[in-house]
Design a protein around this ligand. Structure first.
Ligand SMILES: Nc1ncnc2c1ncn2[C@@H]1O[C@H](COP(=O)(O)OP(=O)(O)O)[C@@H](O)[C@H]1O
Ligand SMILES: [Mg+2]
Length: 261
């Protein structure tokens, strides 16, 4: 029996196919301007990789901010439930999940069976999200994927006092003009994101083990800064962007169990 989970975020969309408890295919695509088209594309690629035909899918669950546009899904579920469920499946002992995506960040307390107990979310402000890193990468003319290494090479982190992306942008331009190194600036940006997310996490309460998911978990500079800010080591899954789609697929499978019972 095959089921699919689709997670459409503001920046990336993922699809994941499960056969029983086994992940048989998954994909990551850019969301672009159309959530619906991104969902179709992600699903097609994941199906192709799994060698599964669309008709073989018994159930599709969509999540993420663009989930409402995925009108071909059988059910739409919040990211909070999906992240908790996906993280629990990968590491059953996980008690807290932190997700930093392209334009939002969230912290979920995970209970028994991967049920969310509590959460906090920021989707109003770019600071504390991947968008912040994208803006800074552009100013410093660095590739997004190499930002983490730049941060790790810094001997100290530049102090970034602005909490708003727009002001931080001009602050960074000033720091560059003053001769502060790109390493120190990137390290300062990572620390600024980490502090913001840690403050949000404190509202939920951070119980270890803690998983760090979402695209920003690829950035080792943010991983280290967040570990310092939280005082806990973080579990980063090999593919941090597919945790939401995995959770959605697992919830799809639960739905099947209910229908066949
Ligand atoms: N390979 C990578 N290296 C470093 N950062 C990355 C990488 N891939 C994605 N990111 C970061 O992840 C962010 C997108 O996160 P993602 O979880 O894919 O977004 P969404 O919320 O749309 O699902 C980007 O803004 C970027 O900062
Ligand atoms: Mg995504």
């Amino acid at each position: 029996m095959y089921v699919a989970g689709i997670d459409i975020g503001s920046t990336s969309g993922e699809a994941l196919i499960l056969e029983g408890e086994r992940i048989v295919g998954w994909s990551i695509v850019d969301t672009g301007y159309s959530s619906r088209r991104a969902a179709e594309e992600a699903l097609e690629i994941a199906l192709q990789r799994a060698g599964v035909a669309r008709e073989q899918l018994q159930r599709i669950v969509a999540t993420g901010y663009g989930r409402i546009s995925v009108d071909f899904a059988d059910q739409q579920v919040t990211e909070i439930s999906c992240y908790a469920r996906g993280a629990h499946f990968l590491y059953p002992q996980v008690q807290t999940v932190i997700d930093i995506g392209g334009q939002d960040s969230k912290v979920v307390a995970v209970g028994a069976g991967g049920k969310p107990l509590d959460f906090a979310m920021n989707d109003k402000c770019a600071a504390g999200t991947g968008r912040f890193l994208e803006v800074i990468a552009r100013i410093l003319q660095l590739e997004l994927a190499e930002l983490g290494d730049w941060a790790l090479r810094a001997r100290r982190a530049a102090e970034i006092s602005s909490t708003c992306t727009v002001f931080a942008e001009s602050e960074v331009v000033t720091l560059v003009a003053e001769g502060v190194t790109r390493e120190e600036i990137v390290a300062g940006i990572c620390r600024s994101i980490a502090r913001r997310v840690a403050a949000m996490a404190a509202r939920v309460g951070v119980e270890p083990p803690v998983m760090f998911a979402g695209g920003v978990a690829h950035n080792r500079g943010v991983v280290r800064a967040l570990e310092e800010a939280l005082g806990h080591t973080l579990i980063v899954p090999a593919e941090p962007q597919i945790v939401g789609a995995l959770g959605a697929a697992l919830i799809a499978r639960d739905g099947m169990d209910k229908e066949t019972r």
